[in-house]
Design a protein around this ligand. Sequence first.
Ligand SMILES: NC(=O)c1ccc[n+]([C@@H]2O[C@H](COP(=O)([O-])OP(=O)(O)OC[C@H]3O[C@@H](n4cnc5c(N)ncnc54)[C@H](O)[C@@H]3O)[C@@H](O)[C@H]2O)c1
Length: 424
Amino acid sequence: METLTETQNYVVKDISLAEQGRKNLAWAELQMGGLLKVRQRLSQEKPFAGIKIGLALHITKETGVLVRTMVAGGADVAIASCNPLSTQDDIAAALAEENVKVFGYKGETDEDYYRFLENVIKTEPNITIDDGMDLVQIIHQKYPHLIPNIIGGAEETTTGVIRLKAMEADGALKYPIVAVNDSKTKHLMDNIKGTGQSTFDGILRASNVIVAGKTVVVVGYGNCGKGVAKRAQGMDANVIVTEVDHFAALQAAMDGFRVMPMAEACKLGDIFVTLTGNKHVIDTHHAEQMKDGAVVANSGHFDIEINVAGMKERATGVKRVRPFLDEFTMPSGNRIYLCAEGRLVNLAAAEGHPSTIMSMSFMNQCFAAEFLLKNRGQLEPKVYVLPEEKDQEVSKLQLEAMNVQIDTLTPEQIKYLNSWDEGT
Ligand SMILES: NC(=O)c1ccc[n+]([C@@H]2O[C@H](COP(=O)([O-])OP(=O)(O)OC[C@H]3O[C@@H](n4cnc5c(N)ncnc54)[C@H](O)[C@@H]3O)[C@@H](O)[C@H]2O)c1
């Protein structure tokens, strides 16, 4: 049984970790110059005054910086985690000491996970911010009476957006949502660069295996898969990609990777990473054919990409060999090493994406909340994408933070680009 520090306003692992949390928040802020610029503006304009924002995001130092930014903009914030293994306990403690309603601890039980989400919902938020759509789902299923007071929501990840679009198509979605994931400065940065680096951070912290010379099987060549495949190549691995989409498979082949079905790849891989947002993309029969010592990890949103339950059933033995690494002995005698119980490896076994990446994602979250407020009452219960200018604004702020300057169009060039009568 966990011993927790619990009050009406927060449930955290240990409130005495707050000092370390403040140090980590300061370290993250140093790398999140773009978001701090947004904070500066929000703290003057206070657009969130009187607004309750409920978040279900990974409680990391970067999310802590987002929370502080929303509070600076006048919001009353409550937060729970969107994954039972991703909470950084020192950050949760620091936020609790800053009077944020925070509910979460690393390794929370399923029961606590849902209790904490409901704690956030019971604050009756006007705006919900999800990573995976849990708040939206629970509100629609169990708390529909709160919907009239909800201005809208924002969604951080691909899997959440897919689920929300399915809700919209069914006519089940009852309030507007901004798909933050679909902004270019989110999915072309966070999903590619962030997941590329942090997925290996997680696999290496869990297993400490060498990547060079190994065969790395990347399952799914979407944005996340592209980032991971490129990092694997950069670390001198042989990379195999598996796909179900013809164009994505073609891209992988044209990027120089071997492409084949999982039925073949499962026999060749030393390290497997799933990034599909789909279910059982590594199934029990694949695991049974893997080499002795294969390392298997998931970096997709939910823990169903690898059929862990099926592997458990078939295994003749399962044991934890070190934190975030479990050994499954398969009927052949081969041992398979599963990272972080098949949950998001970068957030469970490491710290998630580096701060600079999250600065871009979270500038978009702030803009999404402002967009919902500016268009209050005028949006339909649909999934929206932020206007293109917002990608430009995030890029500009991020470039400034990186001290990178660019050129500007001359009047002659502007005229040329807007004309059709000038040829060679
Ligand atoms: N680890 C993280 O921090 C992190 C960050 C961003 C997104 N995500 C999550 O990662 C997952 C992937 O996100 P994305 O943005 O790359 O999505 P995406 O839609 O761009 O790519 C997913 C790819 O997986 C492929 N796929 C689906 N089923 C497959 C199967 N059975 N075998 C092989 N390939 C299959 C699809 O064809 C697609 O190309 C989602 O669950 C998303 O929420 C995780």
